[in-house]
Write a protein that binds this ligand. Structure first.
Ligand code: GDP
Length: 308
């Protein structure tokens, strides 16, 4: 079993590559849920959904979120009714949130609901939320604290960030199966996801970091940063707010003690020595995954490292 830690958009690129190379049934995917939000009374879990839709083959790969060929009739009517519609939810996507909200309301845990959605969409990989408990990323800006989705989607990550915290993290517990998936894995992969707001919350759920340190499985990470910038999105800005260097070295700092090997961009070769001083073997490669061939190429490289 290959165990994967991931957020949404960057993570699914590698996951798409991996599922093209190996049987998806061999994957257990632990997803960030600290970006989850309630919209229109419905429980929306953006990272779980992006991963689930990708594995079900129904994701909108052009947008990087949502379901392909979706339309926005419901959202348009909500807008006419004067409801806030800055978070885009397609009609087909809304069906997932309606079903999830109903099952949660009936008392099922987030992990069980996720399993149910995966079964119905015929996803053979196992997808687990990091926790069944509610954890919420709060982004501190000069105008006060906002949710991650407000920062990322509503404000288009334009506000200066001064802090990041995960509300509810101390009381959270790993969802059933998460610790076992790390302990019993043949290998663990940390996706090129935002190290602060996607992988950060997963590592902060009490027990997960320790399980990663203790597992006998090799742990490999892929950098989402080239130079001083994320390949997409605000990871570099959030890293600075979290006290990390905005670079592949900063990613390695965040994962020190947890990962055995990190794959970084060839352009960052001058960081190799500094990273290796943290006790992390460093491999240089082309880490950009622009198309399926690129995703498969990176996935094959990661798999080859795990076999060593
Ligand atoms: P989010 O939940 O939508 O923020 O998604 P993630 O946390 O999974 O992904 C965001 C990260 O993916 C960003 O930091 C990007 O730099 C990274 N990313 C996007 N595309 C690529 C790529 O092709 N290669 C690598 N290595 N990272 C990427």
């Amino acid at each position: 079993m290959l165990t994967i830690l991931t957020g949404g958009t960057g993570g699914v690129k590698l996951i798409e590559g991996l599922t093209a190379e190996i049987d998806p049934a061999k994957l257990t995917i632990i997803c960030n849920t600290a970006d989850d939000c309630i919209f229109h009374g419905l429980y929306v879990s953006p990272d779980l959904d992006t991963v689930t839709y990708t594995l079900a083959g129904i994701n909108d790969s052009a947008k990087g979120w949502g379901i392909k060929d979706d339309c926005f009739t419901v959202l348009e009517q909500l807008r006419r009714l004067g409801e806030p519609t800055w978070f885009k939810l397609g009609d087909k996507d809304l069906a997932t949130h309606i079903m999830r909200s109903r099952l949660l309301h009936e008392g099922l845990s987030l992990a069980r609901v996720t399993g149910e959605i995966c079964d119905r969409l015929k996803v053979s990989a196992k997808i687990l939320p990091m926790s069944d408990e509610r954890v919420e990323t709060r982004v501190g800006t000069t105008d006060g604290e906002i949710s991650f989705q407000e920062y990322f989607v509503k404000e288009r990550w334009s506000k200066a960030v001064i802090s990041v915290r995960f509300e509810g993290i101390e009381q959270s517990r790993p969802a059933p199966g998460v610790i076992e998936a790390i302990r019993q894995a043949s290998a663990v992969v940390i996706c090129p996801s935002n190290p602060v707001t996607s992988i950060g919350p997963i590592l902060a759920v009490p027990g997960i970091h320790a399980a990663l340190v203790e597992t006998k499985a090799p742990v490999v990470a892929l950098s989402p940063i080239i130079g001083a910038s994320a390949i997409s999105g605000p990871a570099h800005k959030l890293m600075v707010a979290a006290g990390l260097e905005a670079s592949a070295f900063g990613v390695a700092q965040a994962y020190a003690g947890v990962v055995d090997t990190i794959v970084i961009a060839t352009a960052d070769k001058q960081m190799k020595n500094r990273i290796e001083k943290l006790g992390i073997a460093t491999v240089l490669s082309d880490i950009v995954m622009s198309d399926l061939a690129g995703k498969r190429r990176v996935a094959r490289e990661v798999l080859a490292l795990l076999e060593k």
